[in-house]
Design a protein around this ligand. Sequence first.
Ligand code: NI
Length: 381
Amino acid sequence: MTEKSLLDFVTKIRREIHQYPELGNNEFKTAKVIERVLKSLGIPHKRVGKTGVLGEIKRGPGPCVALRADMDALPLTEISKSSYASKIPGVMHACGHDAHVAMLLGAAMILKDDKNISGTVKFIFQPNEEGAGGALELIKKGIMNHPRVEATFGLHVNPRFPSGSVAIKSGPLMAAVDKFEIEIMGQGGHAAYPHEGKDAVAIASEAVQSLQMIVSRKVDPVDPAVLTVGTFNAGTRYNILAGRATLTGTVRTLSEKTHALIPKLIRQTLDGITKAHGAKYVLNYEVLGSVLSNDKTMALHARKSAEKILPMNLIHEPEQASMGGEDFAEYLKFSPGCFIYVGTGSQRLKTTAPWHHPGFNLDESALPVGSKLLAQIVRDF
Ligand code: NI
C-alpha cells in the first residue's frame, strides 16, 4: 500500500463520517460505515450494544492488543464551508472522533495484510465518549475479555501540536471528571423582612465563595485541581426572599488522593455554612470519569514505535496534563496502555481552533501518521 492510497482511504472515511455526525449512542450511520469498511477488508466484526463495533484480527498464539477509537459528535453547528462540512444542523464532529475512526480503520487496513503478526488485535469502535459512559458500557459487555486484552492504545487528534507530529506522555494525561449538584434549602419570605426567613441567595453565594477556598487553600498547590460552579439558580421575583437555591458544577483532578479529598471538603464547607445560617442542603456528587494516566512502560513502547516511523523532531512529549476528561481512562483500569495525541494543527490550513469549537477542523494529511503509529505499536508487540 502506498502513502497516497492510505491517505485517500482515511480521508474518504473521515469525510463521509464528518458529513453525517451523530450524537452519543446514536451512531447508527457511523457504525454502518465502520462495518462496511471492515467487511471490505475481510476483518471479522460484531456489533456491541446499539452502536459499538468490535473488529478482530486473530492470528495464532501471542498477546492481545486493543486499539480504540471513539465515534460520537457534539451538539454544535459547524461554521466551515468545506464541501464535506456537516449536513446535520446542530450536530458536528468538533472533537475529531471522525478522524479517530478513520485512523483506526487505516490501521486495520495496514495490519490485515501483515503476515508477521501473531496474536490478536481488537479494534474497538466506541460510542458515546462525550456523554461519558461509552467505554464502561463496552467493557461491561465483555470486550476486554476472550482473549483478555493485555494492552490498550488510543489516539486523539490535537490542534495544539503541529500537523504530522505525535505527542506521547507517561503518567497523568487527562483529568478525572466529577459533577456536583447542590440544593440549599433556606426559608422564603418577603424581601423587605429578610430576618424572618433564611435567604437562600445569600447562603448559596457564601457557599460559592467558600468552595473556591478548597482548591486555593486546601489542596496541595503542586497537585492540579479545578472546582467550577457552572450554574446558580434561585428565586422567583425581585421582592421575594428566595427559599431555595441550586448550584451545579464540576471538579477536575489529576491524582486519586485529591480526587477523593475534594468531595469531603465540599461537604465540610456546606455543613459549616448551612449550619451557621440554620439552612439545610442536599449534595449529589457523581464521578463521571477517572484520571487518564498512561502506563510508563506502554508510553515508552509507543514512543519507540513512533521513532520507527517519524523523525525525532516530530515526536513531542507534553509537559502538562490537561484538565479535560476522556473515558479512555476506563480501559486503563482494565489493562495498561497509552493514549496518544496526533498533531493536526496547521496555520496554513487554519486548523488550530480548539476542541469543541464550531470552527474545529484538522489537517487530514496527518491522519496516516495515526494509522501507521497504531499499526507499528501492534507489530512491536
Ligand atoms: Ni474527544
